[in-house]
Design a protein around this ligand. Structure first.
Ligand code: NCD
Length: 354
């Protein structure tokens, strides 16, 4: 352990509310590391910006206006874990608001391979860029980046977490909530709805980040459907209980619960996190796949979501069904991320006023 490890370990013992303060500047969102940072006011503001940005970017003049928001700023995409959607949508998002982008997608081509520490690499990146968007296979690395640059060493470069190990994926949760709110726009939004989450809940960072955001809505119910060994971790269940968000756990099969849901959020098995060979493949998860048979029981106005990539948990035969929302959900990602970047850099008024 070096002195940075020690200081970071100290930081990690802080209560979440204290950490959140370190991820702000003048009370405004600066780093986005965990979805507990997002309250209803911030979410609604980001969604308003998203709507305006998207609509106004349809014309050439509007799109050029948006590209003039941050042409003097550079963003770096540091993705040391596989990604296609999140990477491309963040890159597209940066370009929508005019930022220049650079990238490292493989630590084998960075100095980390020569023995440089993670902390030194991060400090180096911060010398060349105004924003770091990162994905990492380890849980605490986005938090460590934000702490290192903005708390420990005062190199004020915002860090946005694009997926941290099996823990969190807050921008995915932003686009997921946007998709839910928009899909239920004429039915009072997400308030009062039942959200069924299915798949690898134990190691899926998207379902964790999404569950944290449910605190911002009224009368939401959650159903966690997964085999016992893929069920949601206790810490998140405790969070829901503390916040009086009712949830039920289903371990037998999707058939028992599909009819109750207003939204069905499917996820793949996260076998990259297996600690012993065959850990995932030995579990029978066939009862948790969504096919035409299950769809016959699903409410006519329910929606089906998936953060993607998918394997066989959603039958492709469902794709033409108007309830399948996953492709739209994906498109929503780029626009909500562009809105988030504009918000972090506090240029969103120029979108709203245009
Ligand atoms: C997810 C991720 O990386 O956590 N994908 C994404 O970002 N849309 C889900 C997954 O990999 O299963």
């Amino acid at each position: 352990m070096n002195v940075l490890d020690e200081k970071f370990a100290e930081f990690q013992t802080l209560p979440t509310e204290e950490k959140i303060k370190c991820f702000q500047r003048d009370g405004h969102l600066f780093d986005l590391i965990i979805s507990q940072q997002l309250n209803r006011k911030v979410l609604d503001e980001i969604y308003d910006i998203t709507y305006q940005l998207r609509t106004k970017s349809k014309s050439k003049a509007g799109a050029i206006h948006m590209q003039n928001l941050l042409p003097h700023k550079r963003a770096m995409l540091y993705f040391s874990q596989p990604s296609s959607r999140t990477f491309l949508s963040f890159m597209g998002a940066c370009h929508i608001v005019g930022m220049k982008t650079s990238e490292i997608r493989d630590t084998r081509v960075s100095s980390e391979i020569k023995g440089e520490t993670y902390d030194d690499s991060l400090r180096t990146f911060s010398s060349y860029t105004d924003l770091i968007i990162m994905r990492h296979s380890q849980k605490d690395m986005a938090e460590r980046a934000a702490w290192l640059l903005n708390t420990y060493s005062n190199r004020p470069v915002p860090v946005i977490n694009g997926g941290s190990g099996s823990d969190q994926h807050p921008t995915q949760a932003i686009l997921d909530i946007y998709t839910l709110q928009e899909s239920f726009r004429n039915r009072g939004g997400l308030d009062g709805k039942t959200v069924l989450m299915c798949g690898d809940l134990r190691r899926g960072r998207t379902v964790r980040s999404l569950s944290y955001l449910m605190r911002n809505f009224e009368d939401v119910k959650i159903i966690f459907a997964a085999p016992e060994s893929f069920q949601m971790e206790q810490d998140l269940c405790d969070f829901l209980s503390r916040n009086k968000i009712p949830y039920i756990v289903e371990t037998e099969g999707l058939d028992n619960v599909v009819a109750e849901a207003d939204a069905i959020y499917m996820t793949r098995i996260q076998d990259e996190h297996d600690t012993v060979a065959g850990e995932s493949s030995k579990v029978d998860k066939t009862k948790f796949n969504l096919g035409l048979k299950q769809m016959a029981k699903v409410k006519p106005n329910a929606i089906i979501m998936h953060p993607f990539p998918r394997r066989d948990e959603i039958d492709v035969a469902l794709d033409p069904d108007p309830r399948a929302m996953y492709w739209r959900q994906e498109r929503n990602g780029m626009w909500t991320r562009a809105a988030l970047i504009a918000y972090v850099f506090r240029v969103h008024d120029k979108i709203l006023e245009y």
